[in-house]
Write a protein that binds this ligand. Structure first.
Ligand code: ZN
Length: 241
């Protein structure tokens, strides 16, 4: 199986379409989505319907849950709050049902999906460093875990009793090691690279490959401004922060 692993689209239709266009010819068998289809951007409805059409295996992000009142809006900063309230007004009843139905964790025999971290996924904590990864490896039952939320791609590797951190490069999986992979963000990267980011997991080849895709940032920004969303949400797209 070849999986496309996407996360944190954040209602950025231009970025999402650019990634899907790239993936058309990438021989993908299954799409995995790690949460935050909505929030920040101006096209929540369109992004939800694209995601649903992919028949992806999905988990819930904090922005998905807060849009339907399943998590507390007080945890969000002012710009995020404004976008939450705007998103609530700009999705349909069917969208609400879809977001409400997303679970926090999905696990198969081969891999596990979560938005933030695996121990206490309902807290939407950030995977920030190898120390934090220890707790998640403890909770992990499979060889591979995919997560998002920080919008910063990277790989944590459990090798016996140590945890290694690997920058997002193409990586061959090794016997006896386990992996927590942050797939980065499609719609709002925060690693100083404004291009959309995702990961391809090839089970047969036993490899992770990170991919960056350029998209029409100016159009996404224009829509954010025209929707009356905070200007900072448009500005950050250009710099990837
Ligand atoms: Zn996010």
């Amino acid at each position: 199986m070849r999986y496309a692993v996407l996360s944190d689209v954040h209602s950025n239709l231009e970025a999402f379409l650019a990634c899907l266009d790239f993936l058309k010819n990438a021989k993908i068998d299954k799409y995995l989505f790690l949460g935050d289809i909505v929030g920040y951007g101006a096209d929540p409805k369109e992004c939800i319907s694209l995601l649903r059409a992919l028949n992806a295996s999905c988990v819930a992000g904090n922005h998905d849950w807060v849009a339907v009142g399943l998590t507390d809006i007080d945890y969000f900063n002012n710009d995020a709050k404004r976008s939450v309230l705007w998103t609530r007004e700009n999705i349909s009843e069917a969208d609400r049902l879809f977001l409400s139905g997303l679970e926090l964790v999905k696990e198969t025999k081969d891999y596990c999906l979560v938005h933030g971290t695996l121990n206490h996924p309902e807290e939407f904590d950030y995977m920030v460093d190898a120390r934090r990864a220890v707790k998640d490896f403890y909770a992990l039952k499979t060889k591979v875990c995919f997560l998002g939320h920080s919008h910063r791609p990277g790989i944590y590797i459990e090798d016996k009793d140590r945890i290694l951190y690997q920058e997002p490069v193409t990586l061959a999986l090794e016997e006896g090691r386990r992996y927590i992979v942050n797939a980065g963000s499609v719609g709002q990267p925060r690693d100083q690279d404004p291009r959309a980011c995702f990961c391809i997991y090839d089970e047969e080849a036993s490899s992770f490959k990170f991919q960056r895709v350029s998209y029409d940032v100016a159009s996404a920004q224009k829509k954010i401004i025209e929707a009356g969303l905070p200007g900072s949400l448009a500005c950050r797209l250009a710099v990837g922060r």
